[in-house]
Design a protein around this ligand. Structure first.
Ligand code: ZN
Length: 339
């Protein structure tokens, strides 16, 4: 998902506040929007309805979302980096001196066809919309167009969080700071830390995440590619240890074929073998040819793929261990029953 305008975050407030990269511009469109409806006023003597058409001018979706985000009291169910668990996080909402007017700006109505008057309504709505937005910004943002949003978790310790936004003169919202950091909110590696023997893999995943949160997608791709290569190499070492692989053939093979060889011998999980034809190619293309923007856009999907591979690897090892233990036990039972 690409986030370009503020209303793209509707329903994803916590993501914007805690996980969305810093210094990334998000547009707030202030132009009025329209919706239309009609009503039947009455029927003439031939039973033909007299219809009134309404064109409602509303504040822009982006503006409406900003107002909701900032002024309404909200409870998010989200991860607290201090509590290290998910719970309700509260934003109390700013109290405004004057209550906000409803988002309807004006309504133009006509019976048979639109008149020139429509233009006046249109122009008027555009003006009112901008004026109202500026009034709102004056109340909420400081004189440098900076806003700090304060939140707290609902544990007995009431951990405090804050997020800082800058509004540019051309109405882009930019998150310029947050505490705790984006990295602190990233809880996704917790389960892998426990099971992965190679700690450098979790460190590299964290590094990839940090680069991504600073919009440095190419660097993030590089880390993901290293993890991928490391996983392949680790499985190769294992196969070597068990005398189960033609070393020379492996070393001379391209990465894609290396995975194939390992999979045939049962050393890599099926999912990795399935996505093998393209994942390495995408990661390499990111490192060598794609721009930051494209890498940022695709990063989440590739990270998810790597996490799935890790998950499967952990599961594969668990099963292998269980198989060995069970086989031993069966052997013992068999021996005992044979006597
Ligand atoms: Zn907490």
């Amino acid at each position: 998902m690409q986030y370009e305008r503020l209303s793209d975050f509707a329903g994803k407030g916590p993501y914007l506040l805690f996980d969305f990269p810093l210094y990334t511009k998000v547009k707030i469109n202030t132009s009025a929007e329209t919706t239309e409806d009609m009503e039947i006023l009455d029927y003439n003597e031939d039973d033909i309805p007299n219809i009134l058409h309404n064109i409602h001018f509303l504040e822009n979706e982006d503006v409406r979302y900003l107002k909701t985000l900032v002024t309404q009291e909200k409870n998010f169910y989200y991860y607290c980096p201090f509590c290290k668990r998910e719970l309700q996080i509260i934003h109390k909402g700013y109290e405004l001196e004057n209550e906000l007017p409803e988002s309807l700006l004006t309504t133009y109505s006509y019976m048979f066809s639109m008149s020139d008057e429509f233009e006046e309504y249109d122009e008027d709505a555009a003006k009112v919309s901008v004026k109202r937005f500026e009034e709102f910004i004056d109340q909420i943002f400081d004189e440098n167009r900076v806003l700090q949003m304060n939140l707290e978790c609902t544990s007995k310790d009431k951990h405090k969080f804050y997020v800082i936004f800058q509004l540019t003169d051309d109405n882009y919202l930019i998150k310029t700071g947050q505490y705790p950091s984006i990295r602190d909110f990233d809880n996704s590696l917790k389960e892998y830390r426990k099971v992965l023997k190679d700690k450098s893999v979790t460190n590299e995943l964290t590094n990839a995440e940090i680069l991504k949160t600073h919009n440095m997608g190419v660097g993030a791709f590089l880390y993901l590619r290293r993890i991928f290569e490391k996983l392949i190499f680790e499985q190769f070492e294992l196969a070597k240890l068990e005398n189960n692989i033609d070393e020379q053939a492996f070393n001379e093979a391209k990465t894609q074929d290396k995975v194939k060889i390992l999979h045939e011998k049962g050393y890599v999980p099926t999912y990795l073998a399935e996505i093998n034809p393209f994942i390495y190619a995408i990661l390499s293309k990111g490192v060598h040819q794609l721009g930051e923007k494209e890498c940022n856009l695709h990063y989440d999907t590739l990270r998810e793929a790597i996490l799935l591979i890790l998950e499967e690897k952990v599961e594969m090892e668990r099963k292998e261990k269980l198989k060995k233990v069970t086989k031993n036990e069966l052997n013992k039972i068999h021996t005992r029953l044979s006597n």
